[in-house]
Design a protein around this ligand. Structure first.
Ligand code: FMN
Length: 243
């Protein structure tokens, strides 16, 4: 199983520690290999909001030299991991948000990748509000059509993992190891109802209101997404020609 890991903070603190435990358990399975991206190094430029990636192939993005290796790794993975500490009100770090903004062309009504429809993702967050930080990341990933998004948030009330009591550290470690095993073994499932809904709405909108000549329409047409007249789990989202 190939995994792409996105570390959402340059601080190798609580979130990094939790992620390393999770990865340590996953790599007990011999077929697991992972590629790590450390933010912000892997995506050092801020999204300029130019929207070129929404109306053209993503290569028009002024930062495509950073996007391309990330996208290629994502597409060639079987699973993804996103990690972030919780900052401020219900929030991920700015570098994680910046990564997700650079990949927003993957959203269903622009240029989704069929490879992602069979992929699973895991989100790890830390901080007292960690659960709230999961929500927006999950939303992005579901918009990409990711098959299943799992998560674990740790309310740890301290800036250092080692400051937690031993029993608390052990409890968190046990949770992470159990979740890693479940994640490894989680099978591909029927897509989320929201994914199916977004697929049909996007198809309707692109056909009816945009028409020939506009990029998302052309992309959908080229990928064959427009001609699928019915949805079932062996059709659009699984057996689609991925190349
Ligand atoms: C700028 C900033 C804002 C933060 N805001 C919150 C917050 O709103 N709620 C919270 O519970 N923790 C907050 N924290 C604390 C971190 O989320 C928490 O210590 C986390 O476990 C740190 O993870 P790290 O060691 O991986 O950086 C904040 C930390 C920073 C640096």
């Amino acid at each position: 199983m190939k995994i792409a890991v996105f570390h959402g903070s340059p601080r190798k603190g609580n979130t990094y520690k939790a992620t390393k435990i999770f990865l340590d358990e996953l790599t007990k399975y011999r077929d697991v290999q992972y590629t790590e991206f450390f933010l912000p190094e892997a995506m050092p430029e801020f999204c300029t909001g130019c929207q070129l990636c929404l109306g053209n192939p993503y290569e028009k993005c002024p930062h495509s030299k950073y996007v391309t290796p990330i996208l290629n790794t994502i597409i060639n993975s079987d699973a993804l991991i996103f990690t972030t500490p919780h900052f401020g009100a219900c929030s991920m770090t700015s570098c994680m948000k910046n990564l997700l903004d650079h990949l927003d062309f993957l959203t269903m009504n622009v240029a989704p990748r069929a490879e992602l429809f069979k992929m699973k993702a895991f989100i790890i967050t830390t901080g007292a509000g960690s659960v709230a930080a999961i929500k927006p990341i999950k939303k992005y990933l579901k918009n990409w059509g990711i098959n299943r998004v799992y998560s674990l948030g740790f309310r740890m009330f301290t800036d250092r993992w080692n400051k937690m009591s031993q029993p608390k550290q052990m409890k968190f470690e046990k949770k992470l190891r159990r979740a890693a095993n479940r994640y490894y073994n989680a099978p591909q499932k029927y897509p989320y109802i929201s994914t199916i809904f977004m697929y049909y709405i996007s198809k309707f909108i692109l056909r009816k209101y945009v028409g020939i000549g506009k990029y998302p329409y052309e992309y959908w047409k080229e990928k064959g997404f427009l001609i699928r007249s019915h949805f079932n789990k062996y059709d659009v989202f699984n057996k689609h020609n991925l190349h």
